[in-house]
Structures are given as structure tokens and as C-alpha cells.
Design a protein around this ligand. Structure first.
Ligand SMILES: *[C@@H]1O[C@H](CO)[C@@H](O)[C@H](O)[C@H]1NC(C)=O
Ligand SMILES: *[C@@H]1O[C@H](CO)[C@@H](O)[C@H](O)[C@H]1NC(C)=O
Ligand SMILES: *[C@@H]1O[C@H](CO)[C@@H](O)[C@H](O)[C@H]1NC(C)=O
Ligand SMILES: *[C@@H]1O[C@H](CO)[C@@H](O)[C@H](O)[C@H]1NC(C)=O
Length: 645
């Protein structure tokens, strides 16, 4: 999240950033004692987890792995080969990770038009690189608290370290050879295997992503068109949209991530996705819409050259023209920003983009401060498959809760628990479009009205149906929280109660064309809009669209008691306790929340940097080597560089 809202909390975050590391904790404790004493939050009594820092020297096959939370003195410690200069030698080699369909297989070709292989250059000599994972997990690695690899279908038996993940995109080789360096002081035992498999690596200076991406899509055009042969499935097209802005600094680490996205999502999938940079031009006085040269110059000054061909500019001025005033009947505007500001309507630009690019079936709204250790195609594909399998019955109710497998059991157990709680609740479950008093709404699509009653449905409706909205935090009812923006609603009459709403914190999500069309029409035809985190979920709720929260693995820095965690995150005793309102401090030690402090610490240490005087090259060499994390989605990562020693 790039927006000013973060500033409100920045002091708080800076304070807690220190708390997640022991060194920082002591420093702050002393300060706290000297100045204004602060009561420790209850979760601070849980002990710090350390399994994350276990490196490649401690790798064991997944079948032998015992998570830190379940470890005891009798769990066998892996035998570690150690070399004083290069660190702990990994017990086995990394392997290329391939999450794609078997494009050449008989089964694939029976059901699809053939995938045409794509290249990075016009002459088709530069093949897109693979990435490499270790087939194991460091012994005693911490297990996630929320979400599940198994449930989502993500590989749970591999881990990623910085060479296998990013050397294919330039990590660890010189700028003169088209890389980004960054690994001079890095612990690197075993990394030579990655470079051998990369066979020299790619000179990224030669790549023009716009050209490469377009060529790949064009070559594979037949796969995305309606299929003449009824046995063949059309492959959907998806836009992966990075929300950036003028003045954004593209650090070398960031280049690695964007290259990974384009290579893994577009080039290697035969053009299934297009990666776009949607660039917010903050200075509305630049006449970008008047003069093509000024547009180009603004783009070139604000985006690295290799991405010029995938960038689209927009400005708040354009949004004022596209969605003209008025947006009357505002319930509450705590931020005091105008309705067309990116702060209050970040979705306007996305809606506009979806109308300008109607060729896509799905649009991923992605922020610049997200990072992922795993493979992008695997993540997107598995999350979408999982969402497609979800039945409509209980969907909104399950999506409102964090799934804690060690507490809730299997997904089926969790679904049963939610059903029971729904039965006991006073509220009726969501079933089709929502009816509420209003002074005008668009008609909901006929296919979204339930085919049978809630009681008669045996978890059948919606199974196999693509999700219109996939979020990465729960879809909660803001009236049960004191989330500050819960009443920032426009265009619904003030004579009736506020419409029912849902919110998912952090706007990253996958939205269908259908949902974006509804959001667009509701905006310009009915003058309806809400705060960005609230608008897509609420629009989906009103029109009976399929919205789910995907329970991806989320880690915590401390060993929370799971009963307590379930109570705090899923059943706050009063409105003010909600973890989306004043209880937000409970999220500070998480790997994925909008203001979490632990995410950045974990990510930078994974890259080999020191945090709070811990980690760094020396510690890696004398310890168990560089970190090897399982596929993890991080947010927010505000910066990536740190000291190595
Ligand atoms: C310790 O861990 C091992 C391996 O998970 C397990 O088999 C054993 O039962 C555990 N012992 C105790 C006392 O918890
Ligand atoms: C696993 O981690 C815990 C907590 O950090 C530690 O007490 C234990 O000794 C570790 N076990 C192994 C086998 O490394
Ligand atoms: C919920 O209520 C329905 C209808 O009364 C019943 O069939 C079902 O068994 C209940 N589910 C649970 C988990 O209690
Ligand atoms: C949006 O409005 C346009 C113009 O009236 C209409 O053609 C289209 O079907 C509408 N789409 C949805 C999803 O309501």
C-alpha cells in the first residue's frame, strides 16, 4: 500500500519494527521505560520463533520434516557438512521447478490448442529461464499459522533460497554480464549448481519485455479464441496489473521480481497472462493527454527502460473526466480526500483499464510492495483452481474467517464448523444477490440467483464456477468492527440504512471482467462507490457474484497459542477488538498484513541482509547457511536492501 493512510500508522510501525527483533526489542524496552511506559500487548508474551533462520545446511526431505512448533528434543537433527569459508553444504541439489501443464502431453493436446513456445528475443535464441527449488525443507522450519499449502494445492515439500529463485533473473552476476550483482558477500555454498543449470544466464539488458510479451501472446492467439472444436477448451486471458506511480524507485531487487512475474506468468505460459504497469502520474499539470511526446517522456522518466513497453499512464484528472461528479450522499469521509483521489478510489483506474482492455477475463490488482518466494504461475494457477472448486454455500461465511489448520483441522472440518456457527447465528447466510432498501440498483445477473434453497443445497451450487473475486485476507463485515473507513460509502440514499458491505484489507485481488463491469456501471450509472478495500467485495456481495478469500500460508514471528489466536482473529469479544480495527496490532508480527513489520524482516534476511543486528553473511556462514523459505506471499516490503555485515 503506497498511500498516505500508511503515514498515519508509520510511527506505530517504526516502533514495532524494532520489537520483532530481540535486539530492537531490548533497545525499545529501555526507551519505553525511560519515556512513556507502554503496556505490552498480550501477544508479546509468546516466545519468538526461530525456525525461519534455519538454512540450506539443515535441509531434510519433506517426509522427515518436523515444524518448529511441534519439535521436541528427540526430533533428529540433520547431519550437517560444514566448511568454514563457504558455509554449510546443502545435503542435496536444487531442481528446476515446473508448475505448468504438460503442454506436450497427449492429454493436454486433446483438450487444448497447442502451446507455442516463446522466447525473450526476436530472433528466438534466448529461451526463458527456469527457476530452482530445493526438494526439502530446513529441519525445524516454522509452520504457517493461517492457510495451507495442501489445501490450495501448492507444493509443500520444497523451499526457495535466493540463488535458485533469483539468479535466473540476474541475481549474483555482474551488471557487465546483464545481471544485477548483489551477492558479493553472500553465503553461497551449493549455489554453483544453479549457475551450471542456468548455462551462462541471461543478459537482461537485451530484453524488451513489451515486445517479448506481445510476440508470445500473438503466437498463441489461437488458444485464447473461441474454439471451433467442442472438445477443446479456450485458455483464459489474464492481466496482471502492477500499481505503480511516478517517482517510484525501482531498486535492483525490484527488477528481479518484475522479471520473474513476466517470465513466469507470460513467456513460459505461452501468453496466458500479460503483465502491465499501471502508472499513476501524480502531477496533474503535465499535459500527458494532449501531447504524445510528453506522454512518452513522462513514461521514460519514471519507468525502467526494459518495462517501457508494458506501462500505461493514468491520472486523477482522467478519472474526474471519466467518472464525472456528482457522487452524492456520502455517509462518512474520515480521510477528507476527494472521491476521485487514488486514496479513496484506487479502483477507478482499474475499472477504466478493464474497459480499455476488454480482452481479458481476469485482472489481478497487484501492489508494488508485495513479494513472493515461490513461483508466480504456481501461485496464481493454484489459487484460481481452488477458488473454482469452492461451493457457494457458506462461501461468504468461511471467507470471513482465518483458517488455522492446526486448530480447525481439515478444510472439511473447518467448513462444518462454519456451518454450525451459521446455524446458531441470528443472521441468515448469504445466498444469491443481497436485498436491501435502496433508491436504485443495477439488476443482478440471472445466473446468480440460487437454483435451490440454502437448506436443500448439498454444497453443489458454485462448484466449478470461476470466482469473480479472490482476496488474500478475509472478507469481513465492517459493521462488526471499528475499521475507520467502514462508512465511506457514496451514492446510496441517506434515507435508508447503509447498504450491507464486505471488506478485504490490502486491495490485492483477482477480479473478473464481469465484476469490473458491474463496478464500472454502478459507478457511472448509479454514482455508487466505496473505499477501495470495500468496493469490489461489496459490489460482488450485492450482485451475488462469487467472492472468496484464498487461505494462503501466513507466518508469525511468535508462537501464538492457537485457541487464543482463533479467539482474537476470528471471534473478537467486542467490536473494538477486531483485528481490522483497534486490534490491528495483533497483525504486526505477521508475514502478510498491510502494516505488518515481520514481513520485511523475513524478506531481507532471506536475501542475506542483517536485521536488528541478526543474520547477515557471517551468521549464515557460521550457522546453517542461507535461509530457505517455503512459498510465501509477503506484504508490505517497503525496502529490500540492508547491511550484509
Ligand atoms: C517428539 O517428536 C517425534 C517426532 O515428531 C515424535 O515421534 C515423538 O512422539 C515426540 N515426543 C514427544 C515426547 O513429544
Ligand atoms: C527447534 O527449534 C526450537 C525453538 O527454536 C529449539 O528449541 C529446538 O532445539 C530446535 N530443534 C531442532 C531439532 O533444531
Ligand atoms: C445446520 O442446520 C441444518 C438444517 O437444520 C442441518 O441439516 C445441519 O446438520 C446443521 N449443521 C450443523 C453442522 O450443525
Ligand atoms: C453495463 O452497461 C452497459 C451499457 O448500458 C451494458 O451494455 C452492459 O451490459 C452492462 N454490464 C453489466 C455487467 O451490467
Amino acid at each position: 500500500m503506497s498511500r498516505q493512510r500508511l503515514l498515519i500508522l508509520i510511527t506505530v510501525v517504526l516502533f514495532f519494527l524494532g520489537l520483532v527483533g530481540t535486539g530492537g526489542y531490548r533497545r525499545h524496552q529501555r526507551q519505553a521505560q525511560q519515556s512513556s511506559p507502554r503496556q505490552a500487548y498480550p501477544w508479546e508474551k509468546f516466545i519468538r520463533l526461530n525456525g525461519y533462520w534455519n538454512g540450506v545446511g539443515n535441509l531434510v526431505p519433506f517426509k522427515d520434516y518436523v515444524p518448529e512448533q511441534q519439535s521436541n528434543a528427540t526430533a533428529p537433527e540433520p547431519e550437517r557438512k560444514h566448511d568454514a569459508t563457504s558455509g554449510a553444504t546443502p545435503p542435496f541439489d536444487p531442481v528446476a521447478f515446473n508448475p505448468y501443464p504438460e503442454y506436450d502431453s497427449y492429454d493436454y493436446l486433446e483438450a487444448h490448442s497447442p502451446m507455442q513456445k516463446c522466447f525473450l528475443d526476436e530472433a528466438e535464441t534466448m529461451s526463458p529461464p527456469d527457476i530452482y527449488a530445493y526438494p526439502g525443507v530446513p529441519q525445524n522450519m516454522t509452520a504457517p499459522f493461517f492457510g495451507s499449502y495442501k489445501e490450495l494445492g501448492l507444493a509443500e515439500d520444497v523451499c526457495w533460497e535466493r540463488f535458485g529463485r533469483f539468479a535466473p533473473y540476474g541475481y549474483g552476476y555482474d551488471h557487465r554480464d546483464g545481471g544485477v550483482g548483489l551477492s558479493d558477500k553472500s553465503e553461497r555454498a551449493g549455489s554453483e549448481r544453479v549457475y551450471q543449470m542456468m548455462a551462462g544466464g541471461t543478459d537482461w539488458r537485451k530484453v524488451n519485455w513489451g515486445r517479448a510479451q506481445e510476440a508470445c501472446t500473438k503466437k498463441n492467439k489461437a488458444r485464447f479464441e473461441p474454439q471451433a472444436d467442442p472438445k477443446k477448451k479456450r485458455v483464459s486471458r489474464q492481466a496482471y496489473i502492477l500499481r505503480t506511480w511516478t517517482g517510484y524507485r525501482y531498486d535492483d531487487h525490484q527488477l528481479l521480481t518484475i522479471r520473474a512475474m513476466i517470465n513466469e506468468l507470460n513467456i513460459k505460459s505461452g501468453g496466458e497472462y500479460d503483465v502491465h504497469l499501471l502508472v499513476h502520474v501524480k502531477d496533474t499539470s503535465i499535459p500527458i493527454w494532449t501531447d504524445a511526446d510528453i506522454y512518452q517522456q513522462t513514461l521514460e522518466e519514471n519507468v525502467p527502460e526494459e518495462f517501457w513497453g508494458i506501462a500505461t499512464l493514468w491520472s486523477e484528472q482522467l478519472m474526474r473526466l471519466y467518472y464525472p461528479e456528482p457522487f452524492p450522499d456520502n455517509f462518512d469521509n474520515p480521510s477528507q480526500h476527494p472521491v476521485h483521489s487514488v486514496y479513496r478510489s484506487a479502483h477507478f483506474a482499474l475499472q477504466w483499464f478493464s474497459q480499455e482492455h476488454p480482452e481479458y477475463d481476469y485482472y489481478w490488482n497487484w501492489e508494488m510492495d508485495l513479494r513472493y518466494t515461490g513461483h508466480y504461475y504456481e501461485f496464481n494457477d493454484k489459487v484460481a483452481n481452488w477458488a473454482r472448486k469452492q461451493p457457494r454455500k457458506g462461501m461468504w461465511e468461511r471467507s470471513a474467517r482465518y483458517y488455522i489448520p492446526e486448530k480447525h483441522g481439515s478444510w472439511a472440518d473447518f467448513a462444518r464448523m462454519v456451518e454450525e456457527e451459521t446455524n446458531l447465528s441470528q443472521e441468515s447466510p448469504i445466498w444469491g444477490p443481497t436485498v436491501f432498501p435502496n433508491n436504485g440498483m443495477l439488476t443482478s445477473p440471472a445466473e446468480n440467483f440460487p437454483p435451490r434453497s440454502y437448506a436443500d443445497d448439498k454444497y453443489e451450487w458454485g462448484v466449478g464456477e470461476e470466482a469473480d473475486l479472490i482476496t488474500f485476507n478475509p472478507l469481513f463485515d465492517p459493521t462488526k468492527t471499528n475499521w475507520v473507513f467502514r462508512n465511506d460509502i457514496n451514492g446510496y440514499t441517506l434515507d435508508a440504512a447503509a447498504p450491507p458491505r464486505r471488506v478485504a484489507i490490502i486491495t490485492v485481488s483477482r477480479l473478473s471482467k464481469r465484476l469490473l463491469d458491474y463496478m464500472h456501471n454502478e459507478t457511472y450509472q448509479m454514482r455508487h462507490s466505496m473505499f477501495p478495500e470495500m468496493w469490489p467485495p461489496s459490489c460482488a456481495l450485492h450482485h451475488g457474484l462469487k467472492g472468496v478469500y484464498a487461505p494462503h500460508p501466513v507466518f508469525f514471528d511468535r508462537n501464538w497459542d492457537l485457541d487464543y489466536m482463533d479467539q482474537v482473529f476470528n471471534r473478537p469479544k467486542k467490536v473494538e477488538d477486531s483485528v481490522f480495527g483497534w486490534g490491528e496490532h495483533n497483525q504486526l508480527g505477521s508475514s502478510f498484513y498491510y502494516n505488518s513489520g515481520f514481513s520485511g524482516q523475513l524478506w531481507r534476511r532471506w536475501f542475506g541482509y542483517k536485521e536488528n543486528n541478526e543474520g547477515g553473511s557471517m551468521a549464515e556462514v557460521s550457522g546453517s547457511g542461507r535461509m530457505c523459505l517455503r512459498s510465501t506471499l509477503f506484504h508490505p516490503i517497503k525496502f529490500e536492501r540492508g547491511p550484509t555485515d
